[in-house]
Design a binder for this molecule. Structure first.
Ligand code: HEM
Ligand code: SF4
Length: 538
């Protein structure tokens, strides 16, 4: 076990219970216990306080709690290579009942793992340069990025080295393994906000500034975003950060969170609450006390929001090369499909694969001469489509009751079938993003969806029935979270209800008007009136 840190908050008697667990033994120490003890002696040998620490190894008990685990693997910046993809596929095949999920933060998730398998899985991941460590827990998690970094015509600099440096700095760094709560970083120089800056604890977005007569490309810094039951949009600090300063600034922000973040209530522990209390000015001052003077903000280079979608074949920054944005419905695939993606990446591209925060994937660096054959690959024609139907293509879902202990309702399979139903029922040729979540934690990022569906239960004469609350008008284009309608729809009526709601939008919208903008124009009360009419008993 590594030497224990003496944290200044250790003496505070009002800390929440989890804080005492973390002080007693660092979360990262569980890795050694898993490898040396639990994976050999089995589930029954796991000490209950260590069960909480399993998250630092990237592992969580899945539902029902019968000895199986889910594991999240970090894919820094959402870029991996075919070799890594094959290792992931083999793990899913050997230990994870053939299931691979791409997550809303570009990570990869397994289910059905047993504790006996974990040591071998850690080894296999390490041999491929991958890690599940700190993918869950109160620490710096998977770093979100631009899956097109290095090849993106819409990026102002290649963020791959920066993401790699951040990953190297934070991963297994015991200065930052005991934060008040989870901590999410996003780095992207894509001008269309590919990495959802405003919903991360710390985000870097592209900016430029004239300095000493020269134009410097760098970043603006956002802090305090996050979803869950009390969502906050991140606030921009008035600073300009050069690429070589990113790690220093990230270390500074994380230190502020570590030392000043709230540790009394877990529901009030995310960085967003500290930022909301301090405000960006004070936060900036405190940051500069730690890291030294920073330049005031420059010119923002972000222009709009692509939603994290990249469907189709597109030109890269490099002439003659193309990338292919593919649809993976609700992010779920099997090992064979992941292996096939690896083959396609090798055969047509340069072997690299991108994971998108929309739970989709992309293949990079396809020479022009190979594009036509790529389009005709059976996997591309039938499964991971370049141009999916609207609703399947823009559906995102969390894990739900299938594996998640906190879920109130089933989500993933339901979102998939709902999207198919809508594609069969409503013809809509423009994107409409629907996100489904099984509880208020919002792993499926309900708040930024055009239409957000949040699971709930309703009492009926037949007992408790699964239902969804409906939220409309979320976007990061002109950042705003969607707002709740007064409509809790039982699952049997959800498809027809949404089909009617969307048909009304289709009839009323102006040319090219996305759903969120339409909601803003017509107003929530107008939509509520339509909903009331739909729900009126015939
Ligand atoms: C076993 C239970 C859970 C499962 C299967 C699950 C699944 C997920 C997944 C797949 C993601 C994307 C993560 C990534 O790639 O980094 C995620 C993110 C998230 N999870 Fe969970 N989660 C679980 C428990 C929780 C809990 C306990 C909370 C809060 C108390 C929570 C709140 C969130 C939030 C707020 C996000 C991020 C959404 C965003 O800001 O982008 N989840 N979760
Ligand atoms: S949103 Fe709730 S139900 Fe869905 S995966 Fe997250 S914690 Fe589970």
């Amino acid at each position: 076990m590594a030497e224990r840190k003496q944290w200044k908050w250790a003496a505070d008697p009002s800390l929440n219970k989890m804080e005492f667990t973390k002080l007693e033994k660092d979360g990262l120490d569980v890795i050694e216990a898993i490898v040396n003890i639990y994976s050999k002696e089995g589930f029954a040998s796991i000490e209950s306080s260590d069960m909480d620490r399993f998250k630092w190894a990237g592992v969580y008990q899945q539902r029902p709690k019968d000895g199986h685990f889910m594991m999240r693997v970090r894919i820094p910046g959402g870029i991996l290579n075919s070799e890594q993809a094959r290792v992931l596929a083999n793990i899913a095949e050997d230990y994870g009942r053939d299931l691979v999920d791409v997550t809303t933060r570009q990570a990869v998730q397994f289910h059905w793992l047993t504790v006996e398998s974990l040591a071998d899985i850690f080894d296999r991941l390490a041999s491929a340069g991958l890690s599940s460590f700190e993918a869950c827990g109160d620490c710096p998690r998977q770093i979100m990025g631009n899956p097109l970094a290095g090849i993106d015509p819409h990026e102002v600099l290649d963020t791959r080295p920066i993401v790699a440096e951040l990953e190297k700095f934070f991963l297994l760094n015991r200065d930052f393994s005991n934060l008040p709560r989870k901590y999410k970083i996003s780095v992207s120089a894509n001008i269309h906000n590919a990495a959802h800056a405003q919903i991360n604890d710390l985000a870097f977005t592209p900016a430029k500034k004239a300095m000493a007569g020269e134009e410097v490309i760098g970043f603006h810094v956002w802090v305090g975003g996050g979803l869950s039951a009390k969502p906050y949009l991140a606030k921009q600090l008035d600073v300009f950060v050069r690429p070589e300063e990113v790690v220093k600034v990230a270390a500074g922000v994380t230190t502020l969170f570590r030392d000043f973040g709230y540790r009394q209530k877990r529901t009030h522990a995310r960085l967003k609450f500290l930022v909301a209390d301090w405000g960006p000015e004070k936060f900036k001052e405190q940051l500069m006390e730690l890291v030294g003077e920073l330049e005031p903000g420059g010119i923002d280079l972000t222009s709009g929001w692509n939603g994290g979608y990249f469907y189709g074949i597109h030109e890269q920054r490099q002439a003659g090369l193309y990338y292919a944005g593919l649809s993976v419905p609700v992010g779920r695939m099997n090992a064979g499909e992941l292996n096939e993606l690896a083959r396609l990446a090798d055969e047509y591209g340069d072997g690299t694969i991108g994971t998108c925060n929309t739970q989709n994937v992309l293949i990079r660096n396809i020479p022009e001469a190979k594009v036509a054959a790529f389009r005709n690959e059976p996997m591309i024609v039938k499964r991971f489509k370049l141009q999916p139907n609207t609703f399947v293509g823009y559906a995102v879902s969390c894990t739900g009751t299938e594996y998640c202990n906190l879920a109130i309702v089933e989500t993933k399979e339901r979102m998939r079938s709902l999207a198919h139903y809508l594609d069969d029922t409503v013809v809509l040729e423009t994107p409409l993003r629907i996100h489904m979540i099984g509880c208020p934690n919002s792993c499926g990022q309900r708040q930024i969806a055009d239409i957000g569906l949040q699971g709930a239960l309703v009492k009926t004469s037949n007992g408790m029935v699964e239902a969804f609350d409906i939220y409309v008008g979320g976007t990061l284009e002109e950042p705003q979270f969607n707002r709740k309608l007064n409509a809790r729809i039982t699952v049997d009526r959800l498809g027809p209800f949404l089909a009617q709601l969307i048909t009304l939008y289709k009839a009323d919208r102006q040319e090219g008007e996305p759903y969120w903008r339409y909601v803003e124009r017509v107003g929530l009360s107008h939509i509520q009136a339509q909903v009331d009419a739909i729900l009126q008993p015939a």
